[in-house]
Design a protein around this ligand. Sequence first.
Ligand code: FDA
Length: 311
Amino acid sequence: MILRSALLWLSEHQGTFDFVRGNALARRMASRFVAGETLDSAIDAVRRLEANKTKASLDLLGESVSEREEAVRARDEVIDTLDRIAETGVDANVSVKLTQMGLDLDYEWCASNVHELMTHARQLGIFVRIDMESSQHTERTLRLFHERLHPEFGDTTGVVIQSYLRRSAKDVEELISAQARVRLCKGAYAEPPEVAFQRREEVSKSYVGLLERLLANGNYPAIATHDDPLIEQTLQFVKAHDIPPERFEFQMLYGVRRDLQEKLRRDGFNVRVYVPFGTHWYPYLMRRLAERPANVAFMVMSLLKEGLSRP
Ligand code: FDA
């Protein structure tokens, strides 16, 4: 728990990034979870998944931008990504973070950036998922989604709900009423007990409640987890309620539980893999390490050794 908190704290301190980025082991660790630093490498990864009948969601890494130019650059790169998906015909959609589009700078300005991106995506017929970030952004993300995105772009867009948040049951009901598309995940940020369940069992219990509501009444929900018991619960629920595989999809992260991805696909379920790419991989890598502290000791030792041997 302490290690998880420390890693999540570090994930928000970009200052450590230059140091980490130069470290060969950190880069190797990142390459397990990140398809590469370029769009070409991401498209190659999508093609490899496609050869296995697995779909993808491309994520241009980047978040919490502090300058408008950065947000404009990210928006344009996402538009390039949409164009490449259309040109190559690969089976992929995209995921974006609102703080990458300037949410922390100016709500209205961010909304217009996302509107431009969404308009382009709709012309190409490509779905765009709005990722969910820390709880400081939940309200604004859902507001922008409910007021601006979903009414205009309908099924071309969807949002994410985190089962660790205490508010999520209410948010899911609102999204079901709107028949909006939802990806359900546990949540990857450090959150205080006032807003989020802290114990694993509570987060899982909340996840099960939400997945049942979404599978029964939602619009093509995405069950995003690598957790065997939760996947088993999903399989039991859809079997008991005669919900066919085309009504939902499983989603997993690039480089995580490839065995499970393969098994579900072989069993006839839709599987989509979230494929991050780009140079801003540091916070993403730290969140993945926080989920699996087993890898961390090795990496920290190597970083320390390298740091100590510097003049
Ligand atoms: P859990 O962490 O309990 O892992 C279950 C098992 O999966 C582990 O025992 C291990 O075997 C394997 N595993 C999980 N993570 C691993 C890792 N990093 N390395 C190696 N093995 C690992 N979060 C968020 O806050 N906002 C978002 O928008 C998204 N979007 C998103 C999209 C998709 C497609 C996925 C799969 C996940 C997200 N997440 C997310 C992340 C999510 O909230 C959560 O942090 C991770 O999925 C890990 O939780 P699990 O449900 O897999 O369970």
